[in-house]
Design a protein around this ligand. Structure first.
Ligand code: FES
Ligand SMILES: [Fe+2]
Length: 468
């Protein structure tokens, strides 16, 4: 008998729906497994989805100097994203116009792009500057126009460079709305990488992403988090193509970085845990467990709470003190927190799924982000990236690079992520069973999954969720 279950299922009970939460009527659907497991479906995604949508290709900070480039691979396509001027970023298909060799891989710095097969060359602006043995072509056959690198649309928002292969696509901001407006005040563009890691995972790119666009799994997959407060959230919304849910960790100015639940607004009853200690412990737990969703400044300010506040201080005062201290500490090092109206914080939600393949958990001075991509045309394999961005003083950001950590249980992956990683390949395997009728997301808490597949079906014209 396998005793691997850490969760006491006997003791586990449904969470109460909080007072004041009005449940809207939402549709219960079943999502066909083919969307996750079918090779034909994955092949169709290449044109119908990836060829049509805006995708976060890299962060702007990766293209600091003119000539810095990143190669963004998606399915069988490859795109060069390059800074061509201080205020200009372009994208090109990564293919030589002679006989099709790829020009770049990874990231780097180039004065020009040179094909390693026969030596054709291109300026950063895409203009062909050299054709080997040009005399072999009759005069006028090769023109500036027909030898240019083929352009891909590129634009920036939130500190990311986004690309779109559809020449007739809608503008980036229109595509991102309402996520762009709701996330705008967080000034994600001012954040820089704190750490970034990736691995290849044996599951569909959507199976991976959907381990992170709902928190319905938190109480079971991450039982240790329950100690610090509620892990069940009914605040989940479809926002056009995109969705959010949350908060798994609170991000508003009143409670940045702290776990919800225990942080009640009222004074703790006599004999209750010391809020100064609980808050500090919860921040350490989240930093140790996720290596994100809070900051070192916050944790250090939390460690001072017992010295700076008397015992018995009500939880809401502890949180207000912590927030003010951390904001002051940040200001002293030149990191100024944006002022975000609490009503906006509530409206902006927390854990965003930006269609199709980005997840952003934003906070006042940081964000935890995920990106999931197919690994070539295999429906059972994906490239999964996790990264944290944070506000730093001007010039004080750390030097980071993408770190390949292939083992999902390598200690460089935080504990909470390892728990998520355990589920992903098992879901992929399970969905291939004759006994699986399709995914049945919780209509409210997993609305992001449902909305994802409804939006996806609009692009794919197949595999649509159907009523249960
Ligand atoms: S394939 Fe690139 S120069 Fe020939
Ligand atoms: Fe999780």
């Amino acid at each position: 008998m396998d005793d691997a279950f850490a969760v006491d299922y006997v003791a586990f009970e449904d969470a109460e729906i909080p007072d004041g939460v009005e449940l809207e009527s939402v549709e219960a659907v079943i999502i066909p497994a083919e969307a996750y497991t079918s090779a034909d479906y994955a092949a169709a995604e290449s044109d119908r989805l990836w060829g049509k949508v805006w995708q976060a290709a890299c962060r702007v900070e990766e293209l600091r100097n003119v000539g810095d480039f990143v190669t963004y691979d998606i399915v069988d396509e490859s795109i060069i994203v390059v800074r061509t001027a201080a205020d200009r970023i372009e994208a090109y298909y990564n293919v030589c116009q002679h006989r099709g060799r790829r020009l770049t891989s990874g990231c780097g710095h180039a004065r020009q792009f040179v094909c390693k097969f026969h030596g054709w060359r291109w300026k950063l602006n895409g203009e062909c500057s050299f054709v080997n043995d040009r005399k072999g072509w009759d005069e006028g056959v090769l023109t500036a126009d027909n030898t240019r690198l083929a352009a891909v649309k590129a634009d920036t928002w939130g500190g990311w460079v986004w690309i779109n292969m559809d020449p007739d696509c809608e503008p980036l901001l229109d595509y991102l709305e309402p996520a762009a407006s709701l996330l705008g005040p967080y000034e994600l563009d001012k954040m820089r990488y704190r750490w970034r890691q990736w691995l290849v995972f044996p599951c569909n790119w959507k199976t991976a992403l959907e381990a992170f666009n709902e928190s319905h799994h938190a109480a079971i997959t991450h039982p240790q988090l329950s100690k610090w407060g509620a892990t069940t959230f009914y605040a989940c919304h479809a926002e056009g193509k995109h969705s959010w849910h949350g908060p798994a960790v609170s991000t508003g100015p009143g409670r940045p970085g702290a776990l919800n639940g225990d942080m009640a607004d009222d004074a703790p009853p006599a004999g209750a845990a010391d809020a100064r200690v609980t808050v500090a412990e919860s921040l350490h737990a989240i930093m140790d467990g996720v290596n994100s969703c809070t900051t070192e400044i916050m944790v250090r300010a939390a460690d001072r709470l017992v010295d700076e506040l008397p015992a018995g201080t009500p939880a809401h005062e502890v949180m207000a003190h912590l927030t003010a201290s951390a904001e002051r500490d940040d200001a002293a090092r030149g990191v100024i927190w944006p002022k975000i109206d609490p009503e906006h914080v509530a409206r902006a939600g927390h854990d965003w799924h930006v269609f199709p393949n980005s997840v952003i958990l934003q906070g006042i001075t940081y964000a935890l982000c995920y990106r999931s991509r197919p690994n070539g045309s295999d429906p059972n394999s994906c490239i999964f990236e996790v990264y944290v961005i944070e506000r730093y003083p001007e010039g004080g950001e750390p030097v980071t690079e993408w770190v390949h950590v292939p083992d999902p249980f390598d200690p460089r992956w935080p504990e909470v992520l390892q728990q998520d990683f355990e589920n992903m390949p098992e879901v992929q395997r399970g969905m291939k069973s004759r006994g699986f009728k399709g995914a049945r997301p919780n209509p409210r808490q997993e609305i992001a999954v449902t909305n994802f597949h409804k939006t996806l079906a609009g692009y794919m014209a197949t595999g649509a969720p159907r009523p249960i």
